[in-house]
Design a protein around this ligand. Structure first.
Ligand SMILES: NC(=O)C1=CN([C@@H]2O[C@H](COP(=O)(O)OP(=O)(O)OC[C@H]3O[C@@H](n4cnc5c(N)ncnc54)[C@H](OP(=O)(O)O)[C@@H]3O)[C@@H](O)[C@H]2O)[C@H](O)CC1
Ligand code: FMN
Ligand code: PLP
Ligand code: K
Length: 531
């Protein structure tokens, strides 16, 4: 009986590890039925547990977003601009900014700089004018096609603002026949939620041209894909097929049939009273963002994902002869550029069986004596380093197209150094280090949390929180550095620094004086590597 149970448990473990459906015998089916493959969690003492995807922030399930009818959209507009005290100028500014930030999230100006905003006669057209102004300030090159202008001061003001930025206005007649030659992005701000009937000239012809566009330029529709029925969508078929839809306030019913890759929501101004009255279920906007992605995440062709690195060359005479100085230079530049967690680095270790493993840690200092980080000595990395005290560090400063590799032997820091650093940390992190038996299996978050609460109470009087014996620093003493600066066509600049006991000895040959490497005092040797 015990062998049978053990075999079954082994099969469950391997099914979990390889994410395959569990082999279930009909007799035991009942005990596993409520669980799906992705919900299976094996924990130390509780067996299988479920994980709710609801707990993952910013994963917006399109089913949980509300859709508005045409009447509701117009009513909300009136409420906002009536009893709720907004002006149309304000809402249009926020709507246009949402459109511009949504565009900037997906279509980067280095690849999609040439934008044509086609603006209709109503507020949707106004959103397009505002979006174009913001895109100009974000580094894009917008042009405007605005054939039916209104004389209201709001619109004439928007036009003046664009003219003052030298944003060109193009008439319908002057638009190139093939829009893809001159533009990377088309902003469809022709009709919004007040559209009715069939498009009238000159917009009918423009919409027809948008229907026949090939892959480029991409079309970004503001609130409603122009020409679509506000509620029934592209009900006759053959309407425009935008790549991005930016719904404002809440998606309109037509958005249900939007099948493009990028659906965003903008218009971060809905007060609770409106949300309650219309029972609006809306995703929360992340941080300070003016837009949030809704619907399914886009499908991507991973094999086509690539960046062509463009950076200033790094020539031999620009590299410091001391790699620690070179590292300091790049580190300081990365900090000055405002990169997030410049000190985050991948640490790779191997165990006694020479099996490697990597994880991120935070660099907490460096000088000619080495590079330091802190951790739990009984963690996986801690045990790897006791079995093999050599490691590799890796920094990747993406925004600067820079990578640095550092390798060498590793030693533990002194108790005193570890004590000093431990007590400099926030008290919560000190308690966290006591609670976490790092890399061991925990039955659930509550176990960590309960102990954390208990210790927080215990030390609430501000008394010293003792450092666990097994927590402290490691120091890697580099014997190798490599500095990598990304360049176009994969022809990167790479400099390898190796610390070796050599000296250059002059030798005479037929071609004159040359030098050869001989054994001598250790020094840093620098060589350029092929990319
Ligand atoms: N609360 C919000 O979410 C906000 C959204 N904003 C944006 O405003 C639009 C709605 O704006 P609105 O001015 O009400 O309407 P439209 O932009 O859709 O355009 C109305 C004009 O279009 C003409 N029209 C209508 N149908 C046709 C047609 N078949 N052919 C040609 N022209 C047409 C219409 O003329 P009519 O004579 O027919 O009345 C109007 O001139 C919303 O979608 C958002 O994009 C606000 O910016 C901020 C608040
Ligand atoms: C950006 C970042 C920084 C981290 N910094 C540290 C750190 O300084 N020390 C640490 O012990 N773990 C740090 N971690 C967690 C580790 O990546 C890892 O999960 C943990 O140390 C356990 O690794 P191990 O089981 O391989 O020992 C960090 C994680 C991230 C993503
Ligand atoms: C488990 C763990 N330990 C230590 C650290 C480093 O934290 P600190 O900067 O407080 O030393 C981190 C940072 O992410 C961490 O995740
Ligand atoms: K539109």
């Amino acid at each position: 009986m015990r062998t049978v149970i053990r075999r079954r448990v082994t099969r469950m473990i391997s099914a979990f590890l390889f994410q395959q459906p569990l082999p279930i015998s009909p007799k035991h089916q009942y005990s596993l039925l409520p669980l799906t493959t992705t919900q299976r969690f094996l924990t130390a003492s509780h067996g299988f547990r479920t994980l709710s995807t609801k707990s993952i922030p910013n994963m917006q399930d399109s089913a949980s977003v509300s859709y508005l009818s045409q009447r509701e959209a117009a009513e909300i507009d009136e409420t906002l601009m009536g009893p709720l005290g907004f002006s149309v100028d304000q809402l249009m500014e926020l709507a246009g900014l949402s459109v511009a930030t949504s565009v900037a999230e997906v279509y980067k100006p280095c690849e999609y700089s040439r934008v044509l905003a086609i603006c209709g006669p109503g507020n949707n057209g106004g959103d397009g004018l505002v979006a174009a102004r913001h895109l100009h300030h974000f580094g894009y090159k917008p042009s405007i096609c605005y054939p039916k202008r209104t004389s209201k001061s709001l619109y004439t003001g928007l036009v003046t603002q664009l003219e003052s930025l030298s944003v060109p206005f193009v008439s319908v007649e002057d638009l190139p026949e093939d829009l893809s030659v001159d533009f990377d992005v088309i902003i469809d701000a022709i009709f919004g939620f007040s559209f009715h009937g069939a498009p009238r000239p000159p917009f009918d012809a423009i919409i027809r041209r948008l229907q026949t566009l090939q892959k480029r330029p991409v079309i970004v529709s503001v609130d409603i894909p122009s020409g679509w029925h506000v509620e029934d969508g592209d009900h006759e078929g053959g309407g425009i097929k935008p790549d991005m839809l930016v719904s404002l306030t809440a998606p309109k019913l037509c958005a249900k049939s939007f099948s493009g890759p990028h659906h965003f929501l903008g218009g971060r101004f809905v007060p609770p009273s409106v949300a309650e009255k219309y029972k609006l279920e809306l995703p929360s906007y992340p941080g300070t963002s003016m837009c949030v992605r809704i619907g399914k995440p886009p499908k991507v062709d991973i094999s086509a994902m690539r960046v062509n690195y463009v950076s200033p060359e790094l020539l031999e005479d620009q590299v410091e002869s001391d790699p620690v100085l070179q590292f300091r230079k790049w580190f300081d530049e990365a900090v000055a550029a405002g990169l997030r967690e410049t000190n985050a680095m991948a640490l790779s270790t191997t165990n006694k069986d020479r099996k490697p493993s990597s994880r991120m840690v935070l660099l907490k200092g460096f000088d000619e004596n080495g590079f330091v980080w802190f951790t739990n000595y009984e963690s996986k990395k801690g045990s790897d380093l006791s079995e093999n005290p050599f490691a590799a560090l890796l920094f990747y400063w993406e925004d600067m197209n820079r990578q640095v590799r550092i390798e060498g032997p590793v030693e533990r820091m002194s108790e005193e150094e570890s004590e000093n650093y431990y007590h400099s940390r926030p008290r919560g992190s000190q308690i966290g280090a006591i609670v976490s038996k790092q890399s061991s299996v925990v039955p659930g978050r509550h176990v960590l949390y309960d102990e954390y609460e208990e210790l927080t109470k215990k030390y609430s009087d501000g008394s010293v929180i003792p450092k666990p014996k097994n927590w402290g620093g490691f120091r890697l003493k580099p014997n190798l550095f490599e500095f990598w600066q990304g360049q176009p066509s994969r022809l990167h600049d790479r400099y390898l620094f190796t610390y070796i006991a050599v000296s250059w000895r002059p030798i005479r040959s037929l071609s004159g004086l040359q030098y050869s490497l001989q054994e001598g005092n250790p020094a840093w040797i620098i060589r350029r590597l092929a990319p």
